[in-house]
Write a protein that binds this ligand. Structure first.
Ligand code: NAD
Length: 323
């Protein structure tokens, strides 16, 4: 599969490194806010990893500056089979808007994102008719949460005839916040007194100052996370019974708490029980977001080859293993 990555921040760079470990996929293009790079024989992930925060993939041997790198990738058309959108989603309609540009540009292929916000994902589902008409497949919410943990909840639900609640509590540790600027701004948007617009407008020094107040940690409760809308759409549980929160440490790569998904249900015999899915503490956010995203990109391509098109959530599909 010939893959393009949009966004060369923390997640885009990690996805490039994972693709390099695989033979099923070749990274043929990557774009960021400053430019883009393309090579039908594959781009070198170690060179992409060397691009500093504030730099651009335009610095690569195959790179070029551009004010509209996404437009340049759209022009590559059928030289690309699948696109991983590892872009910031600020404001909420940014990624839906990029998708619409690909459809308008005549792209026919597969997409995957790691969208987090419920409202943003609802906008993606609204694109279903347009995605189908364009003969494309778009799998949304395919990171860790939403993504891996949401799919785990859909699987766990199978043991029960009634699902009572789904609790997701995540822990993420990163050594520097500016390796994942969009992730941190989008997390800040969940704090009391903030929203997506306010978080987008924060300067880097304002983010620094905010993180200083809590020694680099963010603890978030009852997040507006699209796990709710995806599990509702998949028929697992109503969105009000899905609770998401977690702790982000921006000063240490060690997880501050373990990441768990706990589903409570009642079996056909009337027994109440919990299924728990726990991520290994040694696994990073990048591994748990980009691994599933690429697994879902392979699934999107597989669906398209079989004539199934449209927008689906990660709770409706299983990711495939990328060899
Ligand atoms: P980042 O800030 O590190 O990188 C964003 C990249 O996008 C940068 O390379 C930037 O140059 C590029 N970009 C910005 N605007 C652009 C434009 N107009 N055209 C081309 N490129 C552009 O971001 P990140 O921390 O890697 O996060 C990426 C996304 O992944 C965020 O939306 C975040 O919320 C999401 N995420 C999801 C999960 C999950 O589990 N679902 C977890 C973490 C992050």
């Amino acid at each position: 599969m010939r893959v393009a990555i949009l966004g060369a921040g923390g997640l885009g760079k990690a996805a490039a490194q994972i693709i390099e470990c695989k033979s099923d996929m070749t990274l043929v293009a990557i774009a960021d806010a400053g430019g883009w790079a393309a090579d039908s024989n594959g781009l070198d992930a170690s060179q992409i990893a060397q691009v500093k925060v504030g730099g651009s993939v335009a610095e690569l041997a195959q790179g070029q500056d551009s004010d509209d790198s996404i437009g340049e990738i759209i022009k590559m058309g059928n030289a690309i089979d699948g696109v991983f959108l590892a872009l910031p989603n600020l404001p909420n309609n940014f990624i839906p808007g990029v998708t619409q540009r690909f459809l308008d540009g005549g792209f026919q292929g597969s997409f995957v994102d790691a969208l987090k916000r419920t409202r943003a994902m609802e906008m993606m589902f609204d694109l279903d008719d347009a995605v189908r008409a364009a003969n494309c497949v778009y799998l949304t919410g395919c990171g860790a949460t939403p993504g891996l943990l949401t799919a785990a909840a859909a699987l766990a639900a199978q043991s029960f005839v009634k699902i009572e609640k789904v609790d997701i509590w995540w822990g993420v540790g990163i050594a520097r916040w500016d390796d994942y600027k969009a992730t941190i701004r989008e997390d800040i948007a969940h704090l009391p007194g903030y929203d997506v617009e306010k978080a987008k407008l924060l300067s880097d020094s304002e983010v620094d100052a905010l993180l200083n107040e809590t020694e680099g940690k963010l603890e978030l409760h009852e997040m507006e996370h699209a796990d709710d809308v995806m599990l509702e759409r998949a028929g697992v549980i109503g969105r009000d019974q899905v609770h998401v929160g977690g702790v982000m440490d921006t000063r240490s790569a060690t997880k501050p708490v373990s990441t768990t998904m706990t589903l409570t249900g009642v079996t056909f015999e009337g027994k109440r029980a919990q299924h728990k899915f726990v991520l290994g503490d040694e696994t990073s956010m990048a591994a748990n977001v980009c691994g599933p995203a690429l697994g879902y990109l392979k699934r999107a391509h597989w669906l398209r080859e079989r004539g199934v098109c449209g927008v689906f959530g990660s709770a409706e599909m299983m990711p495939m293993v990328v060899k």
